[in-house]
Design a binder for this molecule. Structure first.
Ligand SMILES: Cc1ncc(C[n+]2csc(CCOP(=O)(O)OP(=O)(O)O)c2C)c(N)n1
Length: 571
């Protein structure tokens, strides 16, 4: 099969190497300097290209695709400030370990800082938030350079996909002319050539450190009170099975958040509602060993509790951020796959039958009932809305939770086993949650994707809807409480003069006209009946349709009062 590609041989080789390295999706933002790359990626028979103008949104859209498919996804933009707009998504990818491949076109080095437009210093511009950076040129046309280019490209994409995965940056300096093409045939041969160039690539160096399993197993067997706390991660069946086995040991409590995507009746899923009113000084609850797996933990309360407690051993397990000492008790950082680690601990003999987990679990059971009871009679408010939305979440759907009160409210309700929970908790930014949801929905058209967002986050990232690739499987619930609801429920802001103007940032905007502009069906609900009443039409699927948005207006004054009464009712 023949197809067009850039007349620049280095661009052609680069694109073929990317494809050979496993890159299948690229999100392109238009420009001139990146034209040769745009043409070559778009014409390539094995690459799926999408267009998103706003590079900030494009970065998160790509992140959503990568999250959904669990594979590297690239973004491509022109030179100048365009590339800087990727930074929020790069930071999120860095802290969530997502293989985002940033490809920026640049001017040749000799034209940087000489008065040309769209020119900034792009050399390693993301600094320490990138796992790796390479500079490529199109001006060198020697066998030696072709080989270098293929090797470096393959190597950097492998780095992005490594055990500790994350974003990488390829800056490509391109000379004019930029739009010329040639016809090529048989990409398999071209890719084989690229791979042969890259044959000597430095492969990921395996971590060869040996783990003293006996030491861990002996300590594990001897301890009577142990907690395994699981942070954010995609669904992992093998890990879940190992944790289920572990939870049969009464000395071990498995604590998860819904963003860890691990569910079992024996686990404690709702941390905040379980530890509320807990007597911090009761040493019965303090674990001797804390094991942590996965990424970010949402609950601020558990972080404070574990920091306050004198926990003898904290074993952090996984490849990413081995130095991260979230609770200030880090004693061991074990660079291995969490499933293997838990499997090894499960092999350790059980020497004690101390009923530690059930102490926690019994509180959780009671709180679960109290939550249902409270929500039944609660007035229409953010908390009540979450209890209702939960009832309508389609089985097997992917739920994208916005920051910041949204993801926190969601943690008060037990997760649904078949649902996947996602949230931008790498940096907890409000600048790309909706774009991430749109990307994931695009990559997974056969499932429902439900995005729940606050109003400030929605308006911040409303360019997510300026996207021709939005898919009909996306539903957006916008909870409009006239400002940043989080600032009403955390201690501090309301004691200041700036409370309403600068923290909550009260406003009266609605999403209705934004939906009109982007041709999306708009629903609004102001009470329980309206919310229930719209659900059927809202979830109606139209194969050629657009996403739908429901704006749910809640009472900004009532929300914190209801939440406060809820926590009081848990006593
Ligand atoms: C990019 C970015 N800017 C600022 C913040 C600080 N911040 C955290 S939550 C929040 C308000 C969010 O309000 P909204 O989206 O309405 O959600 P709610 O708190 O009501 O759930 C702000 C400004 C942030 N997290 N990210």
């Amino acid at each position: 099969m023949s197809y067009l590609t850039s007349a620049k041989k280095n661009v052609h080789l680069f694109v073929e190497t990317c494809v050979a390295a496993g890159l299948k999706h690229i999100v392109i933002s238009p420009g001139s300097r990146n034209a040769s790359l745009t043409i070559s990626f778009d014409e390539h028979p094995e690459v799926k290209t999408t267009l998103v103008h706003d590079e900030r949104s494009a970065g998160f859209f790509a992140l959503g695709i990568a999250l959904q498919l669990q594979e590297p996804v690239a973004v491509l933009c022109t030179s100048g400030s365009a590339v800087l707009n990727y930074f929020p998504a790069v930071a999120e990818a860095y802290y969530q370990n997502i293989p985002l491949i940033v490809i920026s076109a640049d001017r040749p080095q000799e034209w940087i800082n000489h008065g040309d437009g769209q020119t900034i210093m792009q050399d390693n511009v993301f600094g320490t938030h990138m796992h790796s950076f390479i500079q490529l040129e199109d001006k060198y046309e020697t066998e030696h350079y072709y080989q270098f280019l293929c090797m470096e490209t393959l190597d950097i994409i492998n780095k992005a996909k490594g055990e500790w995965s994350g974003p990488v940056h390829i800056n490509f300096a391109l000379e004019e002319p930029l739009y010329n093409t040639v016809e090529v045939s048989d990409f398999h041969a071209a890719q084989a050539k690229c791979l042969s160039y890259a044959d000597q690539t430095k492969s990921n160096i395996e971590n060869s450190t040996t783990i003293d399993w006996a030491l861990f197993q002996n300590q594990w067997s001897a301890a009577k009170k142990k907690i395994v706390l699981c942070g954010q991660m995609p669904k992992k069946r093998a890990l879940l099975d190992q944790l289920k086995t572990m939870s049969e040991d009464p000395t071990v409590l498995i604590m998860v958040e819904n963003t860890s995507n691990l569910y079992d009746l024996k686990f404690v899923h709702c941390i905040d509602r379980t530890i509320e009113h807990l007597d911090r000084n009761n040493s019965d609850f303090i674990p001797e060993i804390l094991v942590t797996l996965g990424g970010a933990i949402v609950s601020k309360k558990i972080k404070n509790l574990f920091r306050d407690w004198n926990i003898q051993h904290h074993w952090r397990v996984g490849y990413a951020f081995p130095e991260m000492d979230t609770f200030r008790h880090l004693s061991e950082s074990v660079e291995c796959a969490p499933t293997n680690f838990i499997r090894k601990l499960n092999e350790a003999p059980r020497n004690t039958v101390e009923l530690y987990a059930s102490k926690w679990k019994s509180i959780d059971f009671i709180r679960q009932e109290k939550t249902t009871e409270f929500c039944k009679s609660a007035p229409f408010s953010d908390l009540k809305v979450f209890s209702i939305l939960n009832d309508y979440l389609p089985e097997m759907s992917v739920v994208h939770l916005g920051n910041s009160s949204v993801v926190r409210y969601a943690q008060l309700f037990d997760p649904i086993a078949s649902i996947t929970y996602q949230s931008n908790r790498g940096t907890s930014g409000i600048d790309g949650s909706m774009s991430t949801a749109t990307g994931a929905a695009f990559a997974d058209k056969d499932s429902w994707h439900v995005h729940v967002t606050g109003d400030i986050s929605f308006f911040y990232d409303s360019n997510a809807l300026w996207n021709k690739f939005l898919t009909p499987n996306l539903r957006i619930f916008l909870i409009n409480n006239e400002g940043g609801g989080i600032f009403k429920i955390i201690p501090g802001p309301n004691s200041t003069q700036q409370y309403k103007k600068y923290f909550v940032a009260e406003h009266q905007h609605s999403a209705e006209h934004i939906c009109k502009a982007f041709e999306m069906e708009y629903f609004s609900a102001r009470n329980t009946e309206e919310l229930h009443g719209h659900m059927e039409a809202f979830y109606q699927h139209e194969a050629d349709g657009r996403p739908k948005l429901m704006e749910i207006f809640t009472d900004t004054e009532l929300n914190p009062e209801v939440l406060h009464s809820y926590f009081t009712a848990l006593k």
